[in-house]
Structure formats: structure tokens, C-alpha cells
Design a protein around this ligand. Structure first.
Ligand SMILES: Nc1nc2c(ncn2[C@@H]2O[C@H](COP(=O)(O)OP(=O)(O)O)[C@@H](O)[C@H]2O)c(=O)[nH]1
Ligand SMILES: [Mg+2]
Length: 342
């Protein structure tokens, strides 16, 4: 893409905040563009979308689980309920198992019987098939979810969580939902051995198949550990059927309840700020490597700086990028990150 064609970030941010679809699509494309000037503008865009809102508004929901558990079908069913309730939804489908001929987004759109996403202004789906790095979520997914959070009530990220690999989704979502396959003992094994993070909500989909689904749900209910760190949350296990549309409204109520719980316990802002710091460090590492991070004092200094600027993490990100770049240019000695350095 020629530089002349790149959008002006501040203008684009205003249009994204108004929920203009074309602007959302343009913003996501910009974030996906790896050319230096595009990265520069991406940082400006994210800074313009940042602020208090970023720590308080919207609901970032992660849906994960093994391939074939019915995540896409479930997300479609959840969207149907949310849209009926008048809530706007953005989806990032990071699912390599989605049928390639349709693409994850198209597949989801296809399954939503109400309206095709391209004809519903309150629904935006972006497929990021194959962005699920082995055991992780590609770094661009996080800024993309951030962008969508600026203009949709609910942002869903669908990823494939494959047991033994780390589930990064827990480092993005306000609320993480794990969709288990009925009659598969894997989830319970992973849980017991601590391989998977404890999700906030468990779902056993395909309740229409009967006993096997009920058995898995009751086993999960018994084996889900209760960590101390959030002992006021009850870690519900939901038995639903995406295809029969049963239990979906109740599931969505659990999502709302979990968000209310986070707000009530004063955890939402803290959680988001922590997630953001983690991703800023990841983004800086991806672009400049550990050496680049060392140039501004290393991980700890970066984390501290971000912690002091929780409402302006992307401005800080941009400043740190520029700082590293200038240090690369001047090829001078490493120095520690000082306040106000840019
Ligand atoms: N019986 C039944 N099958 C389902 C249900 N939800 C999804 N499926 C089927 O499970 C398969 C995988 O669904 P999909 O949503 O693509 O799963 P994903 O890979 O986790 O996203 C498909 O064949 C779906 O039709 C359900 O509630 N009941
Ligand atoms: Mg899927």
C-alpha cells in the first residue's frame, strides 16, 4: 500500500468511535499493515482510541476450546441473542479450523440466520484464520480487539485452545469461556493437571446429544478448581445447544454477570491495564527484539512506565517505539528509560 493511501489516524479514530463500518475495516487493515509508516500510524490510531474508556467500557469476551467443540456455532447463537437485545457486536475469528473456502468470518455470517453481517450495522466480523500461532494468539489480534472495543458493546475473540499449549486468550479477555467437547475427558485431564487456565465460564455445547453432554458438564462442575484469587466468582458450567438454541440466553447472562462482578470488585480496569502492558511488551519485543527492549531499560522498566500511565498505554507504546528507533539510529550506548524520555 502506498503511503499516500494510508488513512490519517486521528480522523479515522473519530469515525471508528462513531461506529462507521468502513472506518473499522480501514482501521483493522492499518493495524495489519507491517510497513514502517503504517506501524507509525497504527500507534497513532491506537493512541487516539485510548483513554479512560479503554479501561472501563465494553466487554471483551474470549471463546476458546478444541476444534469441533462448536465454538463458531455457539458464537453465532450468542450473537443472535445479543443483537435481539440491541447490543452491537464485533468478532475476531482466529480459527484455523474454519472452512477455508468460506473463511471464518463468512462461515460465522453464514450461520447467523438473522442477517448477514454485511447488512447489519451492529455486527462486524473479521476472520483472522491462521493467525493462531501455535500455542498463542498472534500479536496483531490484541490491538485489533482494542480497536473494536472502541465502537462495539461486545467484542468476541474466537480462538482454538489446544490443551497442552498455552492459552493466550486468558491474557486478552475480560471474560474467558471454554467450550468443551462432550464425552471428551481431555478438558478434565488438562484442568486437573493445571495445563489449561481456569476459564471464567465453562460451556458444554451439544446438549442435544443427551447423556454424554450432561455427564461431561457434571464432571466439569466437580473438577473445576476454585482458585483463591477470584473466590467470589462461582465459575459456572453451562450446558447448551448452539444448534437447538437452548441455554444461550442463560449463558449470555453469565457473561453479563461476570462483567458486573469484575466492575463490582474493581477488577476490570486493573485486569485490562495488566493485559495491555503484557501486549505492549510483546509488540515491542516482536518489532525490536529483546535487544530493543534493553535499550529502554528492559521489561521491568517498560512495565513500570506503562503502569504509571494506565490510561495512555498506547501513547506510551508509541513513545517507547520512537525512543527505541532513535536509539537504534544513533547506535549509542544502552541507557535506562527515564521519565519524559521520548
Ligand atoms: N449436535 C450438535 N452439533 C453441533 C452443535 N454446535 C455445533 N455443532 C456441530 O459441531 C461441528 C463443529 O462446529 P463448529 O461451530 O465449527 O466448531 P468449532 O470448530 O469449535 O468452531 C459442526 O459440525 C457443527 O454443526 C450443537 O449444539 N449440537
Ligand atoms: Mg470455529
Amino acid at each position: 500500500m502506498a503511503q499516500a493511501n494510508l488513512p490519517e489516524p486521528e480522523q479515522l479514530a473519530l469515525r471508528i468511535l462513531r461506529g462507521e463500518r468502513a472506518a473499522v475495516a480501514g482501521g483493522l487493515n492499518l493495524l495489519d499493515n507491517k510497513l514502517p509508516e503504517a506501524r507509525n500510524r497504527s500507534a497513532r490510531l491506537l493512541a487516539a482510541l485510548s483513554g479512560e474508556r479503554a479501561l472501563n467500557d465494553g466487554h471483551l469476551v474470549g471463546v476458546t476450546g478444541p476444534p469441533g467443540a462448536g465454538k463458531s456455532s455457539l458464537v453465532s447463537a450468542m450473537i443472535r441473542e445479543w443483537r435481539l437485545a440491541g447490543r452491537t457486536v464485533g468478532v475476531l475469528a482466529v480459527d484455523p479450523s474454519s472452512r477455508p473456502e468460506l473463511g471464518g468470518g463468512a462461515l460465522l455470517g453464514d450461520r447467523i440466520r438473522i442477517k448477514n453481517s454485511s447488512h447489519d450495522d451492529g455486527l462486524f466480523i473479521r476472520s483472522l484464520a491462521n493467525r493462531n500461532q501455535l500455542g498463542g494468539v498472534a500479536t496483531e489480534v490484541w490491538p485489533m480487539s482494542w480497536l473494536m472495543l472502541a465502537c462495539f458493546d461486545i467484542v468476541v475473540i474466537e480462538t482454538v485452545g489446544v490443551g497442552q499449549t498455552e492459552i493466550d486468550i486468558a491474557e486478552i479477555g475480560d471474560t474467558v469461556c471454554y467450550v468443551a467437547q462432550p464425552a471428551s475427558g481431555d478438558t478434565i485431564q488438562y484442568l486437573k493437571s493445571g495445563i489449561i487456565e481456569i476459564p471464567d465460564i465453562f460451556v458444554v455445547n451439544k446438549s442435544d446429544i443427551g447423556a454424554a453432554a450432561r455427564k461431561t458438564a457434571s464432571e466439569l462442575g466437580r473438577s473445576a478448581p476454585r482458585p483463591d484469587r477470584r473466590d467470589d466468582w462461582d465459575y459456572p458450567v453451562c450446558l447448551v445447544s448452539a444448534t437447538m438454541n437452548t441455554g444461550i440466553r442463560q449463558l449470555n447472562e453469565h457473561f453479563d454477570r461476570h462483567r458486573k462482578y469484575l466492575v463490582g470488585a474493581d477488577l476490570l480496569g486493573t485486569l485490562r491495564a495488566r493485559h495491555q502492558s503484557g501486549w505492549v511488551v510483546r509488540l515491542l519485543k516482536e518489532e525490536f527484539g529483546t535487544f530493543g527492549l534493553e535499550l529502554i531499560g528492559g521489561c521491568a522498566a517498560v512495565g513500570e512506565r506503562l503502569g504509571e500511565n494506565q490510561h495512555r498505554q498506547f501513547e506510551e507504546y508509541e513513545r517507547m517505539r520512537k525512543h527505541i528507533l532513535s536509539r537504534f539510529m544513533s547506535a549509542s550506548q544502552p541507557s535506562s528509560l527515564t521519565k519524559g524520555a521520548s
